[in-house]
Design a protein around this ligand. Structure first.
Ligand code: SAM
Length: 276
């Protein structure tokens, strides 16, 4: 497969395909970027890779050469001619033409034998967070996620305490994963060129699992703590046992006038555990 804006446009034209903005179709047309994503994903032989949104198959093609199987979900059925052409020689790729958010991934992956499960994708920006949330909420045990996302969204995923991007979403995701930025990606490598900047982020399963006694209480506490970001914990957590919360905060040199954005995930875990 040849990669360049001209070649990919020609491939789309030959197959009568028109790009659709509503599906977040910004295809990568630079082979160096695709190679860098695949290299950084560090895919082992015995890996099943799930790709959400193969588009014109540029990334899929390269994934196919390093993974054991590649399972793709593509919402736009009219890409089938393009994908059949591009992936003609890739016998280890399966494509399910379906909205990933409505798919039964656990059932779909059952038929494969593999040692590692990765998600590698250039995600459609309009559904980035729902896709990551689905992977977690459906209990799909992915070892690693390497995805291209809108820069602002990626920054929120990996944000640390005390930064403007830190939110309940950062804590929710970092409860499961260690998240880091792998690289910046220029707008110029896409067809069509998007309005936003992109980064590639990786999510690796946490090595040290946090000892949370009651997960639903922990998540509710975090959500409530950030409900009004500029307000103190005393104001946001009126319905909780504030004495117990203050006891924990004191150990870290804080009191109830602290804002949620200052507190680490470990402190939230301790507070939640103290409330039981
Ligand atoms: N992987 C290709 C690439 O990098 O060139 C295309 C990436 S493009 C940003 C996103 C792709 O996701 C498009 O092909 C789009 O049709 C597909 N898509 C959008 N929403 C989807 C959904 N809910 N489920 C599955 N695929 C979706």
């Amino acid at each position: 497969m040849e990669y360049s804006p001209k070649r990919i446009q020609k491939l789309l034209d030959e197959n009568g395909f028109h790009l659709k903005k509503m599906f977040g179709q910004n295809f990568i047309v630079d082979e160096n970027i695709i190679d860098a994503i695949v290299r950084k994903a560090d895919i082992k032989d015995n890996t099943l890779v799930i790709e959400i949104g193969p588009g014109a198959g540029s990334l899929t093609n390269k994934l196919s050469s390093v993974a054991k199987h590649v399972l793709c979900y593509e919402i736009d059925h009219s890409l089938d001619c393009v994908l059949n052409t591009v992936l003609e020689d890739c016998s280890n790729v399966d494509i399910i033409y379906q909205d990933f958010l409505k798919s039964n991934v656990k059932e779909d992956i059952r038929k494969y034998s593999y040692q590692y499960l990765y998600v590698v994708a250039n995600l459609p920006y309009y559904v980035t967070t729902p896709i990551i949330m689905k992977l977690i909420e459906d209990g799909i045990l992915v070892d690693k996620i390497v995805v291209m996302v809108q820069k602002e969204v990626g920054n929120r995923f990996k944000a640390k305490p005390g930064t403007k991007d830190y939110s309940s979403l950062s804590i929710f995701l970092q409860y499961y994963f260690e998240i880091e930025k792998l690289m910046d990606v220029s707008k110029n490598v896409f067809l069509p060129k998007p309005n936003v900047d992109s980064i590639v982020v990786s999510f690796q399963r946490r090595k040290n699992k946090l000892e949370v006694k009651n997960e639903s209480l922990f998540f509710q506490l975090v959500k409530d703590s950030f409900i009004q970001k500029r307000k103190t914990l005393r104001n946001n957590l009126k319905n909780y046992d504030l004495e117990k919360i203050e006891e924990v905060l004191k150990q870290y040199g804080y009191d109830l006038s602290v804002r949620a954005e200052a507190l680490s995930i470990e402190i939230f875990v301790e507070i939640a555990n103290a409330l039981i």
